[in-house]
Design a protein around this ligand. Structure first.
Ligand code: GRF
Length: 200
């Protein structure tokens, strides 16, 4: 599949996916990288890969709808079939999601439906949970509320901070995102009543 990667910053998930695609374990091609911020590391990575990138900043548009129309227009020339959110730190609205329904994937650094939204690892530490992890899910218009594709679990220790927990979760994010995207690109994921089924 032709995929667009959306990322706001560092891009470690984007890099993990790109490397698996290059290695042939995911049947995909990264056709464009979109960021909502200029001069972030993920844009440097795209340049190294020789993948085109576009920056679409929220502040350049009067409304969320206009912003999302601009995002759709910016990626359209690359004809992506699916959108992979990899540390894209904005909630997508119906304007963007409608044309890509069930074709947008996200990674979240907590075991959804616990701890949606920002600072998920900090929320987990503050709650005192003894396990946390990460979730790959399809994106709907809610906050981290779409159908769950895959999860991985890590322990949470009493002396963890948001940063130490985030560091333990991140390698698991890379692992499950690669597996989930591979299944998606093989058309092996189906959704029935909000439940994702993995076909053989
Ligand atoms: C990851 O923890 C992701 O789950 C969260 O933001 C972080 C992005 O990291 N939403 P990176 O840009 O992929 O390195």
């Amino acid at each position: 599949k032709r995929i667009a990667i959306f990322a706001s910053g560092r891009g470690s998930n984007a890099a993990a996916l790109y490397e698996a695609i290059q290695a042939g374990t995911i049947q995909a091609q990264v056709v464009v990288v979109l960021s909502d911020h200029q001069e972030v590391p993920v844009l440097g990575r795209a340049a190294e890969w020789g993948v085109p990138s576009v920056v679409v900043e929220r502040k350049a548009y009067a409304s969320k709808e206009a912003f999302e129309e601009a995002m759709l227009a910016a990626i359209a020339p690359y004809e992506p079939e699916a959108i992979v959110l990899a540390g894209y730190m904005r909630l997508l609205g119906p304007t963007f999601i409608k044309p890509y329904e069930h074709k947008i994937l996200n990674i979240h650094p907590a075991l959804l439906p616990s701890f949606p939204g920002l600072h998920a690892q900090g929320q987990a530490v503050a709650a005192g949970v003894k396990v946390s992890g990460c979730t790959v899910h399809f994106v709907d218009t809610g906050m981290d509320s779409g159908p769950i594709i895959m999860q991985a679990v890590v322990p949470v220790y009493a002396d963890d901070t948001e940063d130490t927990l985030a560091a333990r979760i991140l390698p698991e994010e890379h692992k499950i995102y690669k597996k989930a995207l591979a299944l998606f690109c093989e058309d092996r994921l189906t959704i029935k009543n909000h439940i994702v089924h993995i076909e053989d």
